[in-house]
Design a protein. Structure first.
Length: 211
């Protein structure tokens, strides 16, 4: 049963990798649960890459110094941006932790490592976290994700770097938020007598003004 309300709704979830994080509410009263990164989705093998020495964009922390020097040499960082880059990489709980660098204009598909058993009659919506766009200039490639109740694969999140600088994402970082919503099923009826005599009618997009 949900701990934050009396709805009685339970969402079943299965990990596909041990490092996956079960979603949770950060505070009581939150509308969404945070989703974290378990790894990078590899479309060729349909596997989650967690640590792979042959994958150039996954770097171990013991390789951090040379990697950062190379990155700072290739891109024009300000001193403040340089500090942020190094600090974001060095935030780690263990001596071995992977991170990903998303280059400007690049899109990378991350895997949550979670399969959800969404109840019939519901859908899962995936939204970006506010800090994702404000602090890192990242956006969800599909703006809002929609997971149907019949979907039974690991949920993936595509992040696009819309800035002009590389952005660092750490494994386990919270990058999105999820919300379960009821689905309203409708029947479509084709007609030839839609009433267009309304206050806006056929004036089109933007007819209500800018302000």
């Amino acid at each position: 049963m949900c701990n934050n309300c009396n709805c009685g709704l339970k969402l079943r979830v299965q990990k596909t990798v041990p490092s996956a994080k079960i979603p949770s509410y950060a505070y009581d009263g939150d509308a969404c649960m945070d989703l974290s990164i378990a790894g990078i989705y590899d479309p060729e093998s349909s596997n989650i890459i967690i640590a792979n020495d042959e994958t150039s964009f996954i770097i171990r922390h013991d390789e951090l110094s040379s990697f950062v020097k190379k990155l700072l040499k290739e891109w024009d960082f300000s001193l403040e941006q340089e500090k942020k880059l190094i600090n974001s990489i060095e935030k780690k709980d263990t001596g071995f932790c992977e991170f990903v660098v998303i280059l400007p204009g690049e899109t990378i598909v991350f895997d949550t490592g979670l399969i959800f058993d969404i109840p019939n009659g519901y859908e899962m919506k995936i939204y970006p976290r506010s800090s994702l766009g404000i602090k890192k200039n990242l956006e969800l490639a599909n703006t809002v994700g929609v997971i149907d109740s019949t979907f039974r694969d690991s949920v993936r999140i595509a992040l696009r770097n819309k800035s002009n600088l590389p952005v660092v994402i750490n494994r386990g970082e919270r990058v999105a938020q999820m919300q379960l919503q009821k689905v309203l099923k409708i029947d479509i009826e084709e007609v030839s007598d839609i009433n267009i005599d309304t206050i806006r009618g056929t004036k089109g997009t933007g007819s209500s003004g800018v302000l």
